[in-house]
Every structure is written in structure tokens, then in C-alpha cells.
Design a binder for this molecule. Structure first.
Ligand SMILES: *Cc1c(COP(=O)(O)O)cnc(C)c1O
Length: 411
């Protein structure tokens, strides 16, 4: 399908490497399963019936295609104070309107169809803030499969509404008490369960990380975001955007938006990591800006770690961004210079969150608020006819208590 010479979309290689990153660093016992998963995924990808079922669920269960929206009042507000003739047009891909409130469901639908195709009868997943856990619990209910969600004990405490949602949807939530008791530990526990139960269990990983083929298959399922956006932008404006922007936790919504545009040389791309309280200390989650390469969760990538390779616990006001690693494809895209990466602090994200509420009547999740903060900086440096397309990857209902507390408001 790929006819572009030296295509940026041709990765990974057949052993799962994006340049020096990615791969499959897993226990011997997992290897046969990883290979089986890869084989099945290749077969599913080539099977029109699989694609048709995916498309049908995307339309009727998830609510796709999500709209492409020109944020005129936000664009106007960002133009204030810019040089004359400057201040780009901001457009949003509205993935926050998906069923369950974020982009996670795209990937969960794809993976559960794969699980069913492979004859697996039990689903496991990890979750941090709970968004991936909720999306996984939803698709498990939809297909009548039992589901165990691993969640750091600390996150279970912090994210009670999502824990309750998962339980309502019929999932069993297992608190993980090892390590820092957060997302990274939950993922270790998920991989451990998988090794022990390979015969009947499918592990639905929630971001574009993990051992090959996960980074590739998560990217492919999430690429529906970029494929739709590219077609919508062409039909609405007759051209491609000048700049794509997306927030990065593990990197799945960002790679989903970017990937279909990677060979469009005129389209620049910006991934936005969470800078928490700032990059100076350890209170951030910017794996590219503040980490270095290492191996975690079955792949090689940039990681937040100390000199001994101990994984550091990330911090962000947005629980969905504090993963200590980043998907290997982003590590590669950064190193070859195809995608630029920046970051936004908690304070900048909070400001952007409020700005979007007031200018467009949209309450974003705190994750895309980081992307909007970066958009606010960039828009002023671009001409008034330039187009920025940002992924609004989640809605903010889940975050209002965090925001209230950060603003010192009692609710
Ligand atoms: C989980 C989540 C993220 C971070 O995950 P990625 O894999 O980087 O996309 C970002 N935004 C929202 C709304 C999320 O739920």
C-alpha cells in the first residue's frame, strides 16, 4: 500500500524496531504469544471482514467520524497581542465526543476484535487515570468477556469515579501495591498476569508502547483519527494543515493523528509532553525532554530514570500524561527530526483549559489542555491564514474536581 519512497510510514521493521527503538524485550515464556499475536494481527489487517466490523463499531458504537471543528473564537483570542497579520486559525479534531469520552475506545475496539478472533476468553488491561480501564470495561461488557483491570493502589484512591465506572461496567479492578503504586506498576502486573495465563487471556495495552507488535497495532487502530482529519480538512479547506499538535502520555492519540500525515512534507508536527511543575526538578512527565533511552514494558525508548536505571515516577496535573516512558515510534520520530516535541506545565495547561471553556464552550480534559497551551504559543508565531490542527482527545468531566482544587474553589 505504501508507494512513497523512503516513507516515514514504513516503520517498524519486521522485528518491531523504529530505528534503534521499540523491539520486544520480554520473558521467554511470552515470546510464542507475542509471535502469535503478530501473526493474527497481520491476518486481521488483511481481512476485509475484520476491517468492516471495526468500521461498523466505530460508526454505531463509538460515534465516528468525530467532527472537525474550526475554533474561531479561540483563534481570535490568541490573535490578541500578536503582530499584525499573525495568529493562526485553530481547528480541533473532536475525539472528546467519542463514547467513553476520549480516543482510548478506538484502540479497545480494535484489540477486543483481535482477542475474539484469537479465541481468547479473558481480557486484562492496565490503567492509570482510569480512562483506558473504562474503555476496556465498556468493550468487555459489549462483547460479554470477563475483564480484570490492574490499577496502582494510589491511582485507585485518586480516581474513585473511574473505579466505580469500571465496576458498573462489570470489570474487576485489582489495586497494585508494588513500586510507586501507579500506572507503570499496573503495567508490570498486567504483563505478569499475561505470562501466567497466556492460554486464555488477551492483554489490551492502552497506549502505543509495550513489546512489538503493540506499538504498531495501537497506532494503526488510532490512525482513524488522522485519516478522518486529513480527509475532513481537505474537503473543508481544500488543503492540508500547516501544523498538527497533540498531547503525549504514552503517545497513542498523537501517533494516531500524526501517522497518516507523516509523508506530507509540508505538514509540521508537534507533540506536547507534560512539564508538571517544570523540567528543572523531578516533578514532570516529559520523557523525551528529561529522560534517556532504556528498556521498560518490553520496548526500548526514552524513559524517566535515575543513573542506575531506576524508573522515576512522573508527575503531571493530568493523570493521563504521567507515564514515565513514551511510545518507541515517537522516540524515533524525534531523533530523525520529523516531529518536534515541546512541553507545557501544569499552570499553562490550567490556563489553556479555562481559555477553551470560555471561548468555545468546550470543557477539555487536562491532557489536551497541554496541547492547547502549546497551540497558544505557536499560533502567535504563524501567519493569520496558517492552519493548526490539534487533537481534542478527551473531555473534561473527569477533571473538574482536580481543576477546582487547583484553582482553590470548593465544590
Ligand atoms: C490516556 C489519555 C491520554 C494519554 O495517552 P496517549 O496514549 O498519549 O494518547 C491523553 N489524553 C486523554 C484524554 C487520555 O485519556
Amino acid at each position: 500500500m505504501n508507494t512513497v519512497p523512503n516513507s516515514f510510514r514504513a516503520q517498524p521493521d519486521d522485528r518491531g524496531h523504529f530505528g534503534q527503538f521499540g523491539g520486544r524485550y520480554v520473558a521467554e515464556t511470552l515470546m510464542p504469544l507475542i509471535l502469535e499475536l503478530e501473526r493474527e494481527y497481520r491476518a486481521a489487517k488483511a481481512d476485509p471482514a475484520f476491517q468492516a466490523q471495526f468500521d461498523d463499531l466505530m460508526e454505531h458504537y463509538v460515534g465516528r467520524p468525530s467532527p472537525l471543528y474550526h475554533a474561531e473564537r479561540l483563534s481570535e483570542a490568541l490573535r490578541t497581542g500578536a503582530e499584525p497579520g499573525m495568529g493562526a486559525q485553530v481547528w480541533f479534531k473532536r475525539d472528546e465526543l467519542n463514547h467513553t469520552g476520549a480516543h482510548k475506545i478506538n484502540n479497545c475496539i480494535g484489540q477486543i476484535l483481535l482477542a475474539i478472533r484469537m479465541g481468547k476468553t479473558r481480557i486484562i488491561a492496565e490503567t492509570g487515570a482510569g480512562q483506558h480501564g473504562v474503555a476496556t470495561a465498556a468493550v468487555c461488557a459489549r462483547f460479554g468477556l470477563p475483564c480484570v483491570i490492574y490499577m496502582g493502589a494510589k491511582d485507585v484512591e485518586r480516581q474513585q469515579p473511574n473505579v466505580f465506572r469500571m465496576k458498573l461496567l462489570g470489570a474487576e479492578v485489582r489495586p497494585v501495591t508494588s513500586g510507586a503504586k501507579t500506572l507503570s506498576d499496573a503495567m508490570n502486573e498486567g504483563l505478569r498476569d499475561w505470562v501466567a495465563n497466556v492460554h486464555d487471556t488477551f492483554y489490551i495495552i492502552g497506549t502505543a508502547a509495550g513489546p512489538h507488535p503493540y506499538p504498531e497495532l495501537v497506532r494503526d487502530f488510532q490512525s482513524i483519527i488522522g485519516r478522518e482529519a486529513r480527509a475532513q480538512m481537505l474537503s473543508r479547506t481544500g488543503r492540508l494543515p500547516d501544523l498538527l499538535v497533540a498531547a503525549i502520555g504514552g503517545g497513542s492519540n498523537a501517533i494516531g493523528l500524526f501517522h497518516p500525515f507523516l509523508d506530507d512534507k509540508e505538514v509540521a508536527m508537534l507533540g506536547v509532553e507534560a512539564a508538571g511543575h517544570g523540567l528543572e526538578g523531578n516533578e514532570h512527565a516529559a520523557s523525551l525532554a528529561g529522560g534517556f533511552p532504556g528498556v521498560l514494558h518490553g520496548n526500548k525508548t526514552y524513559l524517566l530514570q535515575d543513573e542506575d536505571g531506576q524508573i522515576a515516577e512522573g508527575h503531571s496535573i493530568s493523570a493521563g500524561l504521567d507515564y514515565p516512558g513514551i511510545g518507541p515510534e515517537h522516540a524515533w520520530l524525534r531523533d530523525i527530526g520529523r516531529v518536534e516535541y515541546a512541553n507545557a506545565t501544569d499552570v499553562e495547561a490550567l490556563d489553556a483549559f479555562q481559555l477553551l471553556c470560555r471561548t468555545e464552550g468546550i470543557i477539555p480534559a487536562l491532557e489536551p489542555a497541554h496541547a492547547i497551551a502549546a497551540v497558544a504559543h505557536r499560533a502567535r508565531t504563524m501567519p493569520a491564514d496558517a492552519i493548526i490542527l490539534a487533537n481534542l482527545c478527551g473531555r473534561g468531566d473527569k477533571d473538574i474536581f482536580t481543576v477546582a482544587s487547583a484553582l482553590g474553589v470548593a465544590i
